[in-house]
Design a protein around this ligand. Structure first.
Ligand code: FE2
Ligand code: FE2
Length: 438
C-alpha cells in the first residue's frame, strides 16, 4: 500500500504554510526560503593519526549559494520609505550560513542537505529568522493550528501533509495544540505501519515531545468498523479455522468502533454540531457494543479469541481532521461495511452468521448514513479547497479498499460467512464509487 504522495520526496519534508498575519508585529512581507548545502566527512589532517593508523575525520559542510522561495505572503518593501534600499537589502541579505530549520539530508557519503529560513520586510526593516526561537518570538501567541504546525516544523519535525489520516493538528482540551509529526515507517513480516509522535505546542510556543505510537497502515482484509485514530496494529493469531480468524479480527474492529463513536460524539460537541448528530454518534457506539458481543461469540464458536483493541490517547482534533477522518472511516469504509454486511446477510450459508449479519447490516447502514449527515452538516462551512481535500481523501480511501478486497479468501469465508469473492467485492466497490461521486 502506498502512503500519500509527497512533493520533493527524498530531500525535503512537507512544508506547512506561513502567513504574515500570524506575526507580531505584522510585516509587509514574509517568505519561507529553502537552501542547500553539502555535508561530508573529510580527513582532519590537523589532528594526529590514531594508533591504528587511521586519520581522524571532521564534518565538512559547504553552502550552495542561492535559495528557492517556497512560499510567501504580502508585498516586499510595500511600506518602506526607501523602497530601493529595502529591495536591495532583501536581495543582498546575508544568508550564507548553514543555520536553518526543517532540514533534511539525502544520507549518502556526500549528502546534499536542505534547510529553511524565513525573511520578512516591515517598513524599511529587513529581517532573517533562522532558528526555532526566533520563529517562536515572531509568531507571538500560538493561537492557530497553522502556527502550531509551523513551529513544530521550525523545531525540526516532519509535519504530516494535511490530507493524511490521521492528520496533523489537534486542539488540546486545556490549551495549545498537539501536532502529530512523522516518526518513521516500520514493518515486520506481515505488515507495515507508520509511527507518529504527538508534539505539544503550548500557546506560548513551548514544544514538548511525547512518546511515538503506531498508526493504522497497510491493513489487509476488510473488517466492518470505524477505526479510531490512534488504533494500534494487532491481529488475531492466524487460527486453523479461517472463520475463527475472520470473526476474531472483526470483533476487534467492532470493539475499536466503540471508541471511534465515543470520540466522534465529543468532537462533534467540540465543533458545535447539533444534539441530534451527537446522539446518533452515541447510539452508534451502543450498536457497536452489541456487534462486538455477537462477533466475539462467533469467533469463539470457531475456536478463536479476539484480541482487545488498544487505542492511543490522541487529543480531540480540529474540525478539518474530524471531517477527513469521517470521509475515510465513515463515508467510505462504513458505507462499504454496510454493503458487505448486507451481502453476508443474504449469502451466508451458516444460519447463525446470517442472522447476526441481518442486524449488523441494518446498524451499519445507519452508521454510514450518520457519516454522510456529518459531511452534509459541515460542507457549507468549508472552503472549496477543503471540500476538494475531502473528495481526495475519499478517493484514496476507496483505492485502499480496492487493494484490500483483491485478496482471495478462504472458501469457508465465502460460503459460510457469505463474504464476497474479490470479483463480487470489486462490483460492490464500483457501486459504492458511483454513489460517492453522484
Ligand atoms: Fe459495527
Ligand atoms: Fe459501524
Amino acid at each position: 500500500m502506498e502512503s500519500p504522495p509527497r512533493e520533493d520526496h527524498w530531500y525535503s519534508t512537507a512544508v506547512p504554510g506561513i502567513d504574515k498575519a500570524w506575526m507580531v508585529p505584522v510585516p509587509d512581507f514574509v517568505e519561507l526560503r529553502r537552501y542547500s548545502y553539502t555535508s561530508q566527512f573529510v580527513a582532519d589532517t590537523s589532528k594526529p593519526r590514531h594508533p591504528n593508523g587511521g586519520q581522524p575525520a571532521r564534518l565538512e559542510q559547504k553552502r550552495i549559494p542561492g535559495f528557492t522561495p517556497v512560499l510567501s505572503t504580502g508585498n516586499a518593501c510595500e511600506t518602506a520609505a526607501n523602497k530601493e534600499a529595502c529591495t536591495e537589502a532583501l536581495q543582498s541579505l546575508d544568508d550564507g550560513g548553514m543555520k536553518g530549520f526543517g532540514g533534511d539530508c539525502n544520507g549518502a557519503a556526500l549528502s546534499t542537505c536542505t534547510a529553511h529560513y524565513v525573511v520578512t520586510t516591515r517598513g524599511d526593516d529587513v529581517r532573517i529568522y533562522r532558528t526555532r526561537d526566533s520563529i517562536r518570538q515572531v509568531l507571538g501567541t500560538i493561537d492557530r493550528e497553522e502556527e502550531a504546525a509551523f513551529l513544530a516544523f521550525a523545531a525540526g519535525h516532519s509535519v504530516c501533509a494535511s490530507t493524511e489520516i490521521p492528520s496533523s493538528v489537534g486542539v488540546n482540551p486545556d490549551e495549545g495544540f498537539t501536532v502529530l509529526v512523522e516518526q518513521g515507517l516500520d514493518c515486520d513480516a506481515k505488515q507495515a505501519w507508520m509511527s507518529r509522535k504527538p508534539v505539544r505546542i503550548s500557546s506560548s510556543g513551548e514544544v514538548v515531545e511525547h512518546k511515538a505510537f503506531k498508526v493504522k497502515y497497510g491493513d489487509t482484509g476488510c473488517y466492518p468498523g470505524r477505526r479510531p485514530v490512534g488504533l494500534q496494529e494487532s491481529r488475531a493469531e492466524s487460527h486453523e479455522d479461517a472463520r475463527g480468524t475472520w470473526f476474531a479480527n472483526a470483533a476487534r474492529l467492532e470493539a475499536a468502533s466503540i471508541h471511534a463513536f465515543l470520540r466522534l460524539r465529543e468532537e462533534l460537541a467540540l465543533h458545535g454540531a447539533g444534539q441530534a448528530l451527537q446522539d446518533a454518534a452515541f447510539a452508534s457506539a451502543e450498536d457497536e457494543v452489541r456487534h462486538a458481543e455477537v462477533t466475539t461469540r462467533l469467533a469463539r464458536r470457531f475456536g478463536a479469541e479476539p484480541p482487545e483493541p488498544s487505542v492511543a490517547d490522541v487529543p480531540l482534533r480540529s474540525l478539518r481532521e474530524v471531517l477527513l477522518d469521517n470521509a475515510v472511516e465513515g463515508c467510505v469504509r462504513e458505507t462499504y461495511s454496510a454493503l458487505l454486511a448486507h451481502h453476508q446477510a443474504l449469502h451466508a450459508e451458516d444460519a447463525e452468521i446470517r442472522e447476526a449479519m441481518v442486524r449488523i447490516a441494518e446498524d451499519e447502514t445507519r452508521h454510514a448514513g450518520l457519516s454522510w449527515d456529518i459531511d452534509a452538516w459541515a460542507t457549507p462551512r468549508l472552503s472549496e479547497e477543503e471540500r476538494a481535500g475531502l473528495r481526495e481523501a475519499r478517493r484514496q480511501a476507496l483505492a485502499v479498499l480496492r487493494a484490500e478486497m483483491a485478496v482471495p479468501l478462504d472458501p469457508e469465508l465465502t460460503a459460510d460467512a457469505g463474504l464476497p469473492s474479490p470479483a463480487v467485492a470489486a462490483a460492490l466497490l464500483d457501486s459504492l464509487e458511483q454513489s460517492l461521486w453522484t
